[in-house]
Design a binder for this molecule. Structure first.
Ligand code: DC
Length: 219
């Protein structure tokens, strides 16, 4: 199978849509280097929180962005819900998006030795970062399904309804910010292959994505 050159897969979608899992599986399957671009915004958000700053303050965010490093990018704390909320606030700032743009584009076109291409997952990869990527995928699921998945991941089967409601509330707030910001809002590129995972397993979604990239049987 011959993939289109340069092999770049742009994978976008809302929080808890299964994007990260799909990105990892596709990277492994096609031998691509993976960049989780949400981690960049999360690292900036966490940097602000750690410095005792306010994620809605552009100066605090720019200060944290200028100190981005591997250590903070690898810190387990970047996965927390409070970091996610801070990330979505700093991600609404054009100056922060601009600061992270070049790094992402460079990564996209320079796969490390041994990899045949790259996959970037985020919110604006197909629309802003790599609009020329030959493969664009937009993965989504309804917000209740996403909240239920996140809830089961975090609390297991014994979580309370209050915990679920809080997760649902937070996800809706993040969707609202990510989709309605003026700069690079979350939306599918017009040529993106749309995958709705509300009623599909990650295996089925992965198979559909592989067929799309391989140019086979795309509906
Ligand atoms: O995918 P994630 O939940 O790790 O992303 C964290 C936040 O970063 C999310 O609220 C939106 C923002 N983000 C973005 O604006 N653009 C990207 N390319 C990736 C993430």
């Amino acid at each position: 199978m011959q993939l289109k050159k340069p092999t770049i897969i742009a994978l976008d979608g809302p929080a808890a849509s299964g994007k990260g899992t799909l990105a990892r599986k596709l990277a492994e399957h096609f031998n691509l280097a993976l960049l989780d671009t949400g981690a960049l915004y999360r690292a900036v958000g966490l940097g602000v929180l750690k410095a005792g700053g306010n994620p809605e303050n552009e100066k605090d965010a720019l200060n944290a962005a200028s100190k981005l490093n591997e250590e903070i990018l690898k810190s387990p704390e970047i996965r927390g819900e409070s970091t996610g909320a801070a990330a979505s606030k700093v991600a609404a700032m054009p100056a922060i998006r601009q600061k992270l743009l070049e790094y992402q584009r460079n990564f996209a076109v320079n796969p490390p030795l041994g990899k045949i291409g790259t996959i970037l997952d985020g919110r604006d990869i197909g629309t802003v970062i790599c609009p020329d990527a030959p493969y664009k995928i937009f993965i989504t699921a309804d917000v209740e399904t996403r909240a239920k998945r996140r809830f089961l991941e975090e609390f297991g089967p014994d979580g309370s309804n209050d915990d679920y409601q809080k997760i649902l509330f937070d996800l809706k707030a993040r969707d609202e910010r990510d989709m309605n910001r003026s700069e690079a809002p979350l939306k599918p590129h017009e040529n993106a292959y749309l995958l709705d995972t509300s009623n599909s397993s990650i295996e089925a979604v992965f198979e559909a994505a592989v067929k799309y990239v391989s140019g086979k049987n795309v509906k």
